[in-house]
Design a protein around this ligand. Structure first.
Ligand code: GRF
Length: 200
């Protein structure tokens, strides 16, 4: 299976997927909407094709998403993986990749969609927090859930400590979801529900 990974910055989830070297998965390209994304250096150093589609060069989301889709489709991916990609995508873009577009979100969805999840978790006083891999649907951070990992919220946690604990789990569950997809065990049913077969 061929995958394209979309990033906007550090790209540590992308790095975790690259390092996992999932059998049967070829990372066709890493695409960033920011030319200065640190993750691009890692990808290039690993011999992975890199592309930048700078959102600043487009008048609106529709034009940006059309250019992004054109770039992605040039690599003919079976799966598109959002890994810290910080742009909201149009409904048309999301529908084009229905069932083959995944995202990772740093909370136990449906709790804390959107930004600043760790700060909001601390403010809410939750005792458990975590990360979610989900298929992307038009409503932000609301798509069908593939896999989650929970971590405790500890009494002395600040945002950075909690984020680091969650990130370690992100780096475990995102490669796992990619592996399930590559093995043909994971998909999105016509009813919009996740299908996950066999041994986990
Ligand atoms: C991760 O916490 C991810 O869940 C969120 O943004 C962060 C990106 O980190 N969407 P990285 O670029 O993968 O290091």
């Amino acid at each position: 299976k061929s995958i394209v990974i979309l990033i906007s910055g550090r790209g540590s989830n992308m790095q975790a997927i690259v390092r996992a070297a999932v059998p049967g998965v070829r990372i066709a390209a890493v695409v960033s909407n920011r030319p200065d994304a640190a993750g691009l250096d890692f990808a290039a150093a690993h011999g992975i094709a890199c592309a930048v589609v700078d959102h600043k060069g487009f008048a609106d989301r529709t034009a940006f998403d059309a250019a992004l889709a054109e770039t992605i489709d040039g690599y003919r991916p079976d799966l598109v993986v959002l890994a810290g990609f910080m742009r909201v995508l149009t409904d048309d873009f999301v529908r084009r990749y229905a069932g083959r577009l995944m995202n990772i979100h740093p909370s136990l969805l449906p709790a804390f969609p959107g930004l600043h999840t760790h700060r909001r978790a601390l403010e809410a006083g939750v005792r458990v927090h975590g990360a979610t891999v989900h298929f992307v649907t038009p409503t932000l951070d609301c798509g069908p859930i593939v896999v989650q990992a929970a971590v405790p919220v500890l009494p002395d946690d600040d945002e950075a400590a909690l984020a680091a604990r969650v990130l370690a789990q992100e780096h475990r569950i995102y490669p796992q979801a990619v592996r399930w997809f590559a093995e043909g065990r994971l998909g999105l049913g016509a009813d919009g529900r996740v299908r996950l077969r066999g041994e986990l």
